[in-house]
Design a protein around this ligand. Structure first.
Ligand code: TNX
Length: 539
């Protein structure tokens, strides 16, 4: 292991020396870069440590990307970067080609076991006038590193001093490592269905801000959105409508697998949620034996919660749950299965506890770790299971007493479906109004006294009662989801609203290029936004 690391480092060193020598020979131009400042770049989330050296790296038609050989996933990261450079600059940067005539600058994406931080997503960027060297232990770390690089490629080229276009990347050194290993968002595709393409677009945006989890809320009272081959009526009947009476929809297992693969290419894990024993009207309409509330189930297109429940004392219910968990687990590579467990208001407490404990065993039998909303902490759950805190301090305390890891999603701060203010066209406000600053200015590290050692990470849920199109989704998610990426990646010392505000304002060109209809919060002096507050409110 050590030997191979040494050999790799030697090869890298030789490669750089040869490249530098060639560069010396071939250098036909002298580029006088204006003084740069890497520390003043608009990177989100803010990296741990940035040391500027005030020179420039020329990204241009003479740049090539090289990646470590035989290091799993590194070439794919290089190709992903090349694609994004093409999209931003129209440059065709070659990846791992033998020789490029007149090549002058190199981006080297290198697998290295000797980065300052050992975490799987840590990376280091060394940017000099001749080369960009990105070191990381893993392809996931390299992938996070290229997001930083994407963010510091200028929007426009500087071609005043050269015959060809140059995008000047500021030189310096970045050492980076995430504060939390779990950085997620949740998308509710049950209240309103979102297409595979919509989900992919959301994944693309999350990836740019270094998220690593997308939790899909796949079932609820209003819809069942994932094909279960052994129980076909779930989607046939339970997937046929949505809030407001539109036609609903669902993902076939192949489509779900396509979402997983797309996310995996971006080093994002999908966590499936099947919400039980409450929030199960769509399942009970499809198979009425599941129903435990005594009322004949009918398709539901409203937005009330807490009326449905499975019959938790029936063996056939657990046979059903076993099939659902088995089928979904078999096509989900990640370690987690989310069982929901929230707002089961019509399930008796003892029945609820009995259900959670039985379903936990089923989840474990299929090789997964159970996650559930914070209510699951009232059951006698295993130390590996993870409650997702959305508001009950009492449940959080139970989880802490049991030494459990918790996912932080406090509704008052982290719910993407809360309205920004009273003028917001979409969203709810039962927990709070959450303007852009409130979403950013809080301390997940010590929120409600939950100790740091119990916190696995942060997740920003986007519930779907009030949104049915990707534009509406984007209006609620952006810009707040950008702030949550910084809250989960960057340390408290590195976060500052005034400083963040400026960096956020400068996301407008990226968001515009991605055709994201973000809410142009009047708190932010958006750099160059296509949309104004009034325009969005009007349409
Ligand atoms: C509460 S928070 C819910 C969801 C709703 C959401 C709306 C939680 C675990 N459950 O069923 O969609 O409020 O904000």
């Amino acid at each position: 292991m050590k030997n191979s690391t040494f050999t790799k480092s030697l090869i890298l060193l030789l490669t750089i020396i040869i490249f530098s020598a060639c560069t010396e020979q071939k250098k036909k131009r002298v580029i006088n870069f204006p003084k740069t400042d890497l520390a003043a770049e608009n990177m989100i989330p803010k990296p741990l440590k940035v040391t500027p050296t005030n020179d420039g790296f020329a990204l241009d038609e003479f740049t090539a990307i090289y990646t470590s050989e035989n290091a799993e996933g590194f070439e794919e990261v290089g190709k992903f970067l090349a694609k994004k450079i093409k999209a931003k600059t129209d440059l065709d940067v070659q990846v791992n080609v033998n020789e490029i005539p007149n090549m002058e600058t190199v981006i080297y994406i290198n697998q290295s076991d000797s980065t300052v931080f050992e975490g799987p997503e840590a990376y280091q960027l060394y940017i000099t006038p001749d080369s960009v060297i990105l070191n990381s232990n893993t392809a996931a770390g390299a992938f996070r590193g290229i997001q930083t690089l994407r963010q510091i490629i200028p929007e426009t080229s500087n071609d005043t001093l050269s015959t060809s276009k140059i995008w000047t990347i500021p030189t310096g050194k970045i050492i980076d490592n995430p504060q939390f290993s779990y950085r997620g968002s949740m998308l509710d595709v049950a209240r309103h269905f979102f297409s595979v393409d919509d989900v992919k677009k959301y994944i693309d945006l999350l990836a740019y801000y270094k998220y690593n989890v997308l939790h899909l809320h796949l079932t609820d009272d209003q819809g069942w959105r994932i094909e279960i081959k052994s129980w076909p009526l779930l989607t046939e009947i339970g997937g046929s409508t949505e809030v407001g009476g539109e036609s609903g929809g669902f993902y076939t297992q192949e489509e779900y697998a396509a979402i997983i693969a797309y996310a995996a290419e971006r080093h994002i894990m999908i966590i499936p949620e099947v919400d039980m024993p409450g929030h199960t009207n769509a399942a009970s309409v499809s198979y009425p034996f599941l129903n435990g509330n005594g009322i004949k189930p009918e398709l539901y297109e409203g937005t009330q919660v807490g009326k449905s429940t499975f019959d938790t004392r029936k063996d056939t219910v657990y046979a059903f749950v076993d099939d659902v968990v088995r089928e979904i687990s078999a096509i989900t590579p990640g370690p987690y299965f989310h069982i929901g467990g929230d707002e089961s208001h019509v399930t008796k407490k003892n029945d609820y506890i009995y259900f959670v404990e039985k379903v936990e065993k089923i989840v474990q039998k299929h090789g997964k770790i159970m996650i559930g909303w914070d209510e699951i902490a009232i059951a006698n759950i295993d130390s590996s299971s993870i409650p997702q805190f959305w508001g009950s301090k009492k449940n959080a305390d139970l989880a802490i007493a049991k030494g459990l890891k918790i996912i932080m999603s406090p509704a008052k701060k982290a719910y993407l479906d809360m309205q920004y203010d009273t003028l917001s066209k979409h969203g709810l406000h039962w927990a709070a109004y959450i303007p852009t600053d409130t979403a950013y200015v809080w301390t997940p590290e010590s929120y409600e006294g939950i100790p740091m050692e119990n916190i696995l990470g942060i997740e920003a849920p986007l519930w779907g009662e009030t949104i049915s199109t990707i534009e509406e989704l984007e209006y609620l998610a952006f810009p707040r989801a950008i702030g949550y990426s910084e809250l989960s990646w960057s340390t408290q010392e590195n976060r500052d609203w005034e400083n963040y505000k400026v960096r956020l304002a400068n996301q407008a060109p990226f968001l515009d290029r991605m055709n994201v209809k973000y809410y142009p919060s009047p708190m932010i002096d958006w750099k160059k936004s296509k949309y104004t507050y009034r325009e969005i409110e009007k349409d």
